[in-house]
Design a protein around this ligand. Sequence first.
Ligand code: SAH
Length: 343
Amino acid sequence: MKRDIKSMDLPELEEYFTQIGDRPFRAGQVFKWLHSGVKTFSEMTNLSEKLRAKLDDEFFITVPELIEKQVSSLDGTIKYLWRTTDSNAVESVVMEYAHGNTVCISTQVGCRMGCAFCASTLGGLVRNLAPSEMLDQVLYSQWDAGCKISNVVLMGIGEPLDNFDNVIRFLQILNHPEGINIGARHITLSTCGLLDNIDKLGDYGIQLTLSVSLHAPDDETRSCLMPANRDAGVDKLIAACERYFEKTGRRVSFEYAMIDGVNDSAEQAILLAEKIRKTGGHLNLILLNSVSERDFKPSGNIEAFTKILKQKGVNYTIRRSLGGDIDAACGQLRKKAIDNKEQ
Ligand code: SAH
């Protein structure tokens, strides 16, 4: 069985070259080639032909194939659909912001978290993505879009903390100065709130922004919307966010998609303000994106809701939605992943 070389970090490559009696600096050469877009070992021209043949015998290089690209006529947001080596479909979105170009990547094929308003979970989980497949979404989107990507958000299909080891390895490779070299502070990881893994992530002390999809301040509503809430509940989640801040020095951000008649009442605004203020974190309000398979509607109560938040001194932003005309907005990345599962 050939091994996936792009999922290996630099120390592992060094160990490999030492083991085969070669020099450790070969690892750096190969690592650079992998991040500069080579698709075959034969392109690694500063390695001997013998070594290139040996690598080709033992390893493979992932090369995603572009199945579809859609560009939003509203804001230039680009949605990519890639085919993996085993014919699964993976979606990524490139967005242009004032602070730089951002790619939103998927971490799993499908999702098993079952959030009631999200389309990505409709077909369940197919499989985890390998570090190389997450890296490819950054590399290939950057090459195709022809722009430098400065920010990476793990907010596409999948639950990053449900694919913990691969995500950590991906982050370490992404962050490496010899690789794409995206600083941790330019990376956001969004989670539905898997408590044990929030604690585990905190232990790594990575300086990324952790964003928790909260969507309701009370257990009754949150457990109804997000099955992941049923085990521990909102208060334990908030406590985990406080521990995360203590360990990393980074305040957690919260996502809140406003849904008509579900999570947009005055009482919920008051309770939300109380919970968020405990953490000192920032709140991103999003208007729910309608998903045809789901019944929920976007809230019409934003003004009254935010008035309360303001009175209570919560730091919040109302986030504009990008790529609405190409189904690239949050929670809408779904179709191909499901079609693929049904094939
Ligand atoms: N599993 C992770 C990351 C993927 S979802 C998480 O739960 O955070 C990315 C974000 O989109 C999450 O905040 C999610 O709650 C939100 N989202 C999902 N469906 C949505 C919808 N229909 N409208 C608005 N946001 C949605």
